[in-house]
Design a protein around this ligand. Sequence first.
Ligand code: PRP
Ligand code: URA
Length: 210
Amino acid sequence: MEKNVFVMDHPLIQHKLTILRDEKTGSKQFRELISEIAMLMCYESTRDLPLEEVETKTPMMTAKTKVLSGRKMAFVPILRAGLGMVDGVLNLIPAAKVGHIGMYRDPETHQPVDYYCKLPADLDSRDVFVLDPMLATGGSAIDAVTKIKEFNPKRIKFMCIIAAPEGIKAFTEAHPDVPVYCAGLDDCLNDHCYILPGLGDAGDRIFGTK
Ligand code: PRP
Ligand code: URA
């Protein structure tokens, strides 16, 4: 396993991932599961956030307690499918700002084509979580992170739900400084660069297109 790659093997995440993959799971439940998994992954991937001590007056006494230490965050979903993860992570970190990067894969070349970018103006003072359920060839995530780096954020993490080994290799070579968090590390890509066993087309399953 590449350094800086974390597969989240929490039983709740793994259970929900199985239902997500099932071809019988419809769009409503698929959306709910993407959001729940993203929330659980956000919980796990923020373990390293720094804390500071404060004094809190409980009804009983004054105590030294802990709060997050002034870290500002931003979530950046890669459109479309990354949008499905936003509600879940905002449930845990509601003060985060949200940027958007629009990208689709050319169906012939499988290369990413970017069509939109709107990021928070103060990204240089924030930790950024890039969100996309699928890391297949890695092209979309690599280009999205390259673009985000132009804005000098404090730190970047990439969070996906399913990753292919090909995507992990390409991404970690292009951005060795960016940790990758995934719920499932799958077998390979097929001839159309879809992940096997995967879950099909994440955008189509979230939005009911196809
Ligand atoms: C999917 C997925 C990723 C990309 C992954 O998006 O959400 O963004 O493919 O593939 P890659 O690692 O080979 O770049 P898609 O291009 O299908 O666009 P959509 O979300 O708008 O459907
Ligand atoms: N995009 C998807 O939505 N699914 C895949 O398997 C690969 C890319």
